[in-house]
Design a protein around this ligand. Structure first.
Ligand code: ZN
Length: 446
């Protein structure tokens, strides 16, 4: 397939569909997938019957609101029940060509099956995101994501289908990866934001200046929130002299369901595949576009295991206004995981808010660790940071500055800020870092 490399769109007609036309397509696909799920998935048959709803009830997109929610627990409770693929699946095993599993970071790993058509459409969506950030067939691309079981691994096929020269990097040790970057001079890489930052620092420490000695022009980040935090994205861009784009994926759907464009103002979501709702995290009440709540996705075209009203556990908002890039598909702004959010003095605090403060503060390394704990049955948080070796200020002065910055940004100040020397925090793990430690003993699940 040859495309005009100067055309900014991978699929111009689809990406610029007038909203009305896009919603018309969504409705047709929604009606089809709800009927397919009802007729082929034992779980949906039972749950729709119990809720007293039928596929024919879907006459407008809003009618999806009559249908029951599902969540991670639904997946866990139904997988392996009745058949290998479980009760949520809507196709027989012989139609399935690929399964990925979640990392299990919040419990038992869940399996996501794909038919051949599901998988091909997944990869076409990934090609579209790569094209959207400017990747073209003359790019050399390193896919530095885990290939084992992880849904992000196969995204490399989307880059290959686009025509880029692909290097299946996986989770190589840093020294080997830097060797690849130096020797093959790739132009695009995808990894996690914390690792992109640490790899840049490691390069500098080993005498490689990413800006001069390497040829990376674009960095895709996903798996953690950093790419949507302006200060973190800029910190990575400064080290590499490259543009950073945030992608957002769900192991239950695609490696990337949404991606930034050149405007870097939220992430375009593939609305031809996913119908997005935002709901109040406590009451389940439907919110209007622009309001912050839990994102709920309905997959419109995945037949192996349709997800109808899946509560993602991610907090964010949707913006359906037209983007300056010309694409009409809505954009999502992700604030964090519902599970990561904690409440201090009636204020919702996301670790990403704390990260933004730490990353833009001068005189500290940007590494941090958050501890959430209780005192007198009240939530408190503490932040540990590292002072730069050349910072002449005392630890107390640095702690006071950071405390004030956190109070100004978040509204509630930390119980304490602990200052370590450069390298004093053990948070520089390869590829994905653990930065929040919850020491609370009471049950805060919502
Ligand atoms: Zn855009």
């Amino acid at each position: 397939m040859s495309r005009d490399i100067n055309n900014k769109f991978w699929d111009e007609e689809l990406e610029t569909l007038p909203r009305e036309e896009l919603e018309k397509r969504q409705l047709a696909d929604l009606q089809e997938i709800v009927k397919f799920a009802y007729e082929n998935s034992p779980y949906y048959k039972r749950s729709f019957d119990e809720a007293g709803v039928k596929p024919e009830d879907i006459k407008t997109l809003k009618d999806i609101q009559k249908f029951p929610f599902i969540n991670k627990k639904t997946q866990r409770d139904t997988q392996g029940v009745g058949s290998f693929l479980g009760e949520l699946a809507a196709v027989p095993e012989e139609d399935v060509v690929f399964i990925s599993t979640s990392s299990g970071s919040t419990g038992v790993p869940t399996m996501s099956p794909f038919t051949k058509k599901d998988f091909d459409e997944f990869q076409d969506t990934e090609s579209r995101w790569f094209w959207q950030i400017g990747m073209r067939p003359n790019d050399r691309y390193v896919h530095a994501l885990n290939f084992s079981l992880y849904v992000g691994g196969p995204d490399v096929i989307g880059a290959q289908n686009l025509g880029a020269l692909c290097i299946w990097g996986g989770t190589l040790p840093s020294e080997r990866l830097l060797f690849v970057l130096k020797t093959y001079q790739p132009t695009v890489i995808w990894t996690s934001p914390s690792y992109a930052w640490q790899l840049g620092e490691k390069a500098l420490k080993s005498g490689i200046d990413p800006k001069k000695d390497l040829n990376i022009k674009k960095i895709i980040v996903a798996g953690e929130l950093g790419g949507s935090i302006d200060a973190t994205r800029k910190a990575i861009e400064d080290i590499w002299g490259a543009e950073v784009y945030d992608f957002y994926g769900l192991s239950d759907i695609f490696g990337a369901c949404a991606a930034m464009c050149e405007a870097k103002d939220g992430l375009h979501i593939a609305e031809n595949h996913i119908l997005v709702e935002t709901i109040d995290i406590h009451t389940g009440e439907i919110l209007e576009p622009g309001q912050v709540g839990e994102l709920v996705f309905t997959t419109l075209r995945k037949h192996a295991r349709p997800l109808i009203r899946f509560r993602t556990g991610d907090i964010g908002r949707i913006d359906n206004t037209k983007c300056s890039c010309g694409r009409t598909h809505g954009r999502i702004h992700i604030l964090g995981r519902k599970d990561d959010m904690f409440i201090v003095s009636a204020v919702n605090v996301f670790p990403s808010d704390i990260e933004a403060v730490i990353r833009e503060h001068n005189g500290i390394t940007g590494e941090y660790l958050i501890r959430i704990f209780e005192r007198d049955f009240t939530n408190k948080y503490a932040v540990e940071i590292e002072k730069n070796a050349d910072n002449p200020k005392s630890d107390d002065e640095v702690a006071a500055e950071v405390t004030a910055a956190l109070k100004a940004r978040i509204g509630v100040k930390p119980a304490r800020v602990v200052v370590h020397p450069d390298g004093g925090l053990d948070t520089r793990s390869e590829h994905k870092s653990r930065r929040v430690i919850d020491e609370r003993t009471l049950d805060y699940s919502i």
